[in-house]
Design a protein around this ligand. Structure first.
Ligand code: GCO
Length: 478
């Protein structure tokens, strides 16, 4: 057996060393890993340490106990929608294995579990009759968390819209405000006594952009006007949802989450600098600014003026809500240059084209970007509290004798934690870090190919194995 210190050295708690990793991209020299210059204590006593997951990606049991069909159940059956033709009918089978998973999360010394509720388990037809078995399931999950001493943080919407509502236009239909607030009302009345931490939406840019404009996520549409309508209705739902939670849940901590990327121009050419500003406005400002009462960033991206077509009287006020916290979800940096493409008139120069260290989804590994993004959010007067509600990476994990030596992932966490600490020490009000994700799961259009978990899942047998990165957190959070 490996000596404990030797092993800790191996997973990088102790020791120095230049780690050369043989990933599928050839040899990448990761940054020098020195003895950790910080410990859990440096983040403060009240800092939250959690893991984050989502219903469609983990639960499986897609048609069990009265669950209705979601847009992702439907979309994943479209030929070529998902790499290798996979779907999440079973996924990590969290529906049946949640007790085991929650115990494992606790064993890694986290104190928060962020997960989402599947709208289709609660209201199989989107509206109308409530499915008791769906409510029962989430009661069991919440109770298991509370019993283990894990604080449940619930995301109300993580992209799995009831298909019956999509058939009526989904997020493009203004009626979504009524449908969504009704769903939020049912859920928060039911669980509000036990759960205090709520996130209204998960990354609205991702499901509106990839779902209604790029066509790579459910429902697979490619339309600029569809995208704009979906954006505006999401912004309204984000605020209205916040108001419903506030009304139903005593002492609620209400937030919503945004995907963020640090956008930089390829060079100092003013045209590329302007292009990067436009891209930043879409990627980083489109949802947060209206929620702060600042409207859409039309000055930077004039085409957004077209959104006004979808405004109704009073919308400007209705878009704003006083969130208790903003969830920051950071994975990579984006380098941009000018392009003739209408709209944003900017395009990305990929990490692959630039030949820089990247994850399996071609996202550039750039921890400083998280520092810059936290600083940028902290500039907004209206933001009270920042929680990093997602951060993580996919690397080609190899299971050898029940072990997974995912050093690249450990290095990713260390460097990103260092970036957060740097921001915190400079006064940024960031108070939590949630790893994406506890277990490997269904990564949307990539299917099961890309793994983000601290816990490896064999998708044939559904067996779980804690990866070295999971053990790293176990030590770090001890
Ligand atoms: C997102 C989602 C997660 C993803 C994760 C890894 O951020 O896109 O919230 O569902 O799985 O980000 O790509």
């Amino acid at each position: 057996m490996m000596h404990r210190r030797e092993w800790l050295k191996r997973i990088g708690i102790f020791g120095t060393g230049l780690i050369l990793s043989n990933s599928m991209f050839g040899k990448i020299v990761l940054s020098q890993i020195n003895e950790l210059e910080f410990s859990k204590k440096d983040f403060g006593e009240n800092f939250l340490w959690g893991v984050a997951a989502a219903a469609y990606q983990t639960e499986g049991a897609w048609n069990v106990d009265g669950k209705g069909e979601s847009t992702w159940d439907n979309f994943s059956r479209e030929p070529k929608a998902i790499e290798r033709g996979e779907n999440a009918d079973v996924a990590a089978d969290f529906y049946h294995k949640f007790t085991e998973d929650i115990k494992m999360i606790k064993s890694l010394n986290f104190n928060v579990f962020r997960f989402s509720i599947a709208w289709t388990r609660i209201l199989p037809k989107g509206t109308g009759e409530v499915n008791q078995k769906g409510l029962d399931f989430y009661h069991r999950v919440i109770d298991a968390c509370l019993q283990e001493g894990l604080e449940p943080w619930i995301t109300l919407y993580h992209w799995d819209l009831p298909q019956v509502l999509e058939a009526q236009g989904g997020w493009k239909n203004r009626k979504i405000i009524e449908w969504f607030t009704n769903y939020v009302d049912v859920v928060t009345k039911e669980f509000g006594a036990k759960v205090k931490n709520w996130m209204v939406l998960n990354e609205p840019l991702s499901y509106t952009g990839n779902g209604y404009m790029n066509g790579i996520f459910a429902p697979g549409e490619k339309s600029l006007s569809g995208f704009m309508r979906a954006v505006h209705h999401s912004v309204l739902c984000q605020a209205e949802g916040g108001r419903v939670i506030r009304k139903n849940v005593e002492n609620a901590n209400v937030g919503t989450t945004f995907v963020t990327t640090y956008v930089e121009p390829i060079d100092s050419n003013p045209k590329n600098v302007a292009a990067a500003k436009r891209m930043d406005a879409i990627m980083n400002r489109l949802f947060v600014e209206p929620s702060l009462g600042m409207g859409y960033p039309e000055d930077t991206v004039p085409i957004l003026k077209k959104m006004r077509k979808y405004f109704e009287e009073g919308d400007e006020q209705k878009m704003a809500f006083d969130f208790d916290f903003i969830g920051v979800q950071y994975y990579f940096r984006t380098v941009a240059k000018k392009s003739v493409m209408p709209g944003m008139r900017a395009k990305e120069i990929t990490a692959e084209e630039r030949g820089v260290p990247r994850n399996e989804m071609n996202g550039e590994i750039y921890p400083e970007g998280l520092y810059h993004r936290l600083k940028a959010y902290s500039q907004y007067k209206g933001i009270k509290n920042l929680i990093v509600t997602e951060n993580g990476t996919c690397v080609p994990d190899v299971l050898e004798n029940g072990k997974i030596h995912d050093l690249e992932r450990i290095n990713y966490f260390k460097t990103h934690l260092a970036a957060i600490l740097k921001a915190k020490r400079e006064g940024v009000n960031v108070n939590g870090y949630f790893v994406w994700s506890p277990t490997d799961n269904f990564e949307w259009n990539k299917g099961f190919r890309t793994r983000f978990g601290l816990i490896y899942v064999n998708f044939e047998t559904l067996e779980r194995h804690i990866k070295d990165s999971g053990f790293w957190f176990q030590e770090f959070l001890k």
